[in-house]
Design a protein around this ligand. Structure first.
Ligand code: UDX
Ligand code: UDX
Ligand code: ADP
Length: 468
């Protein structure tokens, strides 16, 4: 049976781009991406492609090419499930904010709702594919719901974790390092795996499509994110030592990265990692380890998150101490709010924690980010519940131009590594700031000597050269 109709539940950062690329590469397959969030579906269907809910370089042209042909966005979840032979689950799995495992375990309520809905609607056999990051053994939960609440329909559950990184989603989908598909080792399971392998084979070389058992696939996703996050925390730990000793973390990173056993990627020091995956997945891993009584394993991985929190707080502390131990009433301009460049996503962005710390010290913050809008900034801060929304509104301004944001500021803090920040007219920025004018570079993107020659006092993370 060749797959003719795919349904993807969840039109977010994973579901949207992934289905757009599958649609482009498999013109014979009809794909419907569904979501309960009507505003999101309306945005995916907007004629103006700058309004797509997810900003990803290159995504707009793929959507233009496929939308209305074999790629559809809809709120009619039931119809899409009914029609599909293969259903991807791409819903959010945030960290639990209540009950057992609060603050650590993944909240699977959205996954469970999907499974129940699939069971209710399905009249013929389906292959259900887990795309969202899930704790190991979630497939058994999904299977149990499907088998016990359904209409005697046969299901195969596959795990096909998504490894795309935001900002490079399209590139990562078109040329993945590998595609991982986990399935049952029964004949039916292997048949289902083969169906999904066939889909990816349309553009991914066979040797890059890896098949494993379901549990290995689920755990590999958590492991990959834990290892990547660990590298960032490791280099960030070194950035602190560099600042104290006069070593330069960029030189250290280059020196160790040339060791092929270590490799050169993911060694950029930063104000901390963010994004919807790293922290969530590590906490998940910690929770799983604890649930098996493996406290040493849990503590080892928890250290990666602790280091990240330290790095975020250290950055705001540095701003405060450098500015004569008080930022009360001082205006600090944030360049960047997204958790990394080339995305409009702000989930777990270090900017949020840094801003919150500075607001606790009564600073005034003006924010400029090329892709994040005003509402999102307030939403992120209000979600912390540190102060009332009116105070956030009063203390924080979001502007549409960096040159406007900067007027009358005591300091610029760089929170995201947007390329355009490197090319700004820093002379002009200097002129419109109060003196001494400080730059705090949390992403290591500025040319320190150039800024110093303009007159700025510069702190660059891990650079080992104290502010003068
Ligand atoms: C190490 C460094 O590799 C080398 O660059 C430095 O100059 C000296 O220290 P060495 O101790 O000789 O070299 O061996 P290495 O291959 O790094 O292995 C160290 C230990 O780690 C060994 O016990 C090895 O069995 C273990 N190891 C290594 C693993 O358990 N798993 C691995 O994947 C790699
Ligand atoms: C990550 C994984 O890379 C991806 O495979 C998985 O599917 C989802 O989680 P993403 O969160 O989109 O992707 O971005 P990533 O590029 O991994 O960056 C995560 C965070 O680490 C960002 O805040 C980034 O700025 C930071 N980072 C990354 C560093 O601080 N230094 C680095 O060297 C690399
Ligand atoms: P990710 O980064 O994993 O893609 P997002 O939060 O961007 O996460 O996207 C997940 C999407 O899944 C959201 O748009 C949400 O509305 C949608 N969703 C969650 N539960 C359901 C459900 N039961 N049915 C349909 N859509 C759902």
């Amino acid at each position: 049976m060749a797959i003719k109709n795919i349904c993807c539940i969840g039109a977010g950062y994973v579901g949207g781009p992934t289905m757009a690329v599958i649609a482009q590469k498999c013109p014979d397959i009809n794909i419907t991406v569904v979501d309960i969030n009507e505003a999101r579906i309306i945005a995916w269907n907007d004629d103006d492609l700058t309004k797509l809910p997810v900003f990803e370089p290159g995504l707009d042209s793929i959507v233009r090419e496929t939308r209305g042909k074999n790629l559809f966005f809809s709120t009619d979840v039931d119809a899409a499930i009914d029609r599909a032979e293969m259903i991807f689950i791409s819903v959010n799995t945030p960290t639990k904010t209540y009950g057992k495992g609060k603050g650590m375990a993944a909240d699977l309520k959205y996954i469970e709702l999907c499974a129940r809905q699939i069971a209710k609607i399905s009249k013929n056999d389906k292959i259900v594919v887990e795309k969202s990051t899930l704790p190991v053994r979630t497939a058994s939960t999904i299977k149990s719901i499907l088998d016990n609440t359904g209409n005697n329909v046969k299901y195969q559950i596959l795990s096909n974790p998504e490894f795309l990184a935001e900002g490079t989603a399209v590139e990562d989908l078109l040329q993945p390092d590998r595609v991982l598909i986990g399935g049952d080792t029964t004949i039916e399971g292997e048949r289902a795996v083969a169906e999904l392998v066939d889909i990816y084979s349309n553009w991914v070389p066979k040797e890059k499509i890896l098949t494993t058992n379901v549990w290995s696939s689920e755990l590999s996703k958590l492991t990959a994110n834990a290892f990547l996050a660990q590298r960032v925390s490791s280099i960030n730990a070194m950035s602190v030592i560099c600042e104290r000793t006069g070593a330069d973390v960029y030189e250290v990173a280059k020196a160790i990265g040339m060791d092929s056993r270590i490799g050169s990627k993911f060694l950029k020091p930063s104000v901390g990692f963010g994004g919807s995956c790293f922290q969530k997945d590590i906490l998940n891993l910690v929770y799983i380890a604890k649930s098996y009584g493996l406290d040493e394993v849990a503590n080892y991985w928890e250290g990666v998150v602790e280091m990240n929190n330290y790095q975020k707080n250290r950055f705001s502390d540095k701003i405060i101490t450098t500015m004569y131990n008080t930022v009360s009433g001082k205006k600090i301009t944030f360049f960047g709010w997204a958790f990394k460049k080339d995305t409009n996503d702000t989930r777990e962005s270090p900017a949020i924690q840094v801003a919150d710390n500075l607001l606790n010290e009564q600073a005034q913050i003006s924010v400029f980010d090329p892709k994040v809008d005003q509402d999102q900034v307030y939403k992120d801060l209000n979600l912390l519940n540190t102060r009332d929304p009116e105070t956030n509104l009063k203390l924080v301004k979001v502007l549409e131009s960096p040159y406007e944001a900067i007027i009358g500021s005591h300091a610029v803090a760089i929170l995201t590594e947007w390329e355009e920040f490197r090319h700004y007219d820093w002379n002009k920025i200097y002129e419109s700031m109060l003196k001494p004018a400080f730059v705090f570079d949390g992403r290591g993107i500025v040319d320190v000597n150039n800024l110093k020659s303009i007159g700025f006092s510069v702190y660059k993370i891990g650079a080992g050269n104290p502010v003068n």
